[in-house]
Design a protein around this ligand. Sequence first.
Ligand code: XIL
Length: 316
Amino acid sequence: GLKYFGAATDSPGFRERAPYVEQYPKYDQIMWKSGEFGQTTPTNGQKWLFTEPEQGVFNYTEGNIVTSKARKHGMYLRCHALVWHSQLAPWVEAKQDWTKDEMRKIIVSHVTRVATAWKGQCYAWDVVNEALNEDGTYRESIFYKVLGEEYLTLSFKTAAKVDPKAKLYYNDYNLEWPSAKTEGAQRIVRLLQKNRIKIDGVGLQAHLIAEQPPTLDQHIDAIRGFAKLGVEVALTELDIRLKTPSNPTNLEQQKQAYKNVVGACVQVKGCIGVTIWDFYDPFSWVPHVFEGEGDALLWFEDWSRHPAYDGVVEAL
Ligand code: XIL
């Protein structure tokens, strides 16, 4: 059985369609009071851009809006994300020729301060997010350019020291079926284990496409590949986008795709939870990033539920 089924959410000012105030009461009721979700993740507020916008200047305001609600409503909290090349504060990349020692200090300081701010509150932290290219090699982020693999070991080592009770995750997308990228993620797990550095889990973001879904067996194989290494697995940012406008055919494909991916997690021991990346279509990031695609979540704009809602219920 899963520990939780949850939905990520944002502080109101950060939502993809803000202001959309008329919908907030209904949204908040489902998010916090309906019992639909036992877990949440702040979609943006804990990212580097917001938590350390200037070097040494820390701000936890936006993240706290969501994390305090999680606490109030007794939900599991996944914290996201400490070290990531995207939504990074510009100052980190403004200088491309940091020395190794400067970059070590930047990472240690950021991870220490941010993980300390939420110490004891996070079931899990996404310590490093999206370190890999599709072919399994490392992405040339500023962190990798300066430190190589050491940026991963240093990030996890620091997080483990600051918040020893939080489960520490490596998190990435396109890890939901076996590929060169899943092998890259397994390599990261083994790298940390070999160096006796704490890593507890791999997060499969699971940003999937309704019209081109992996099979149930592919999902199961990918999840097992990680579980075999002795780490837990979670689906951390699940959404399944389709070509808009939706129609009965792609909504049925979406339903099957949700059912398969959630079902795979339920079936493999070691897959401990599922988080959808918000639940209400108007607050989804998808239409802003993938042109002509959307309706990726479980509630339509008019608050009716997608067929995929029943797909999830069937899988759980
Ligand atoms: C997205 C948010 O949902 C958007 O609001 C934001 O503008 C961009 O980031 N992988 C991740 C998430 O790890 O943090 C991203 O979230 C989606 C892709």
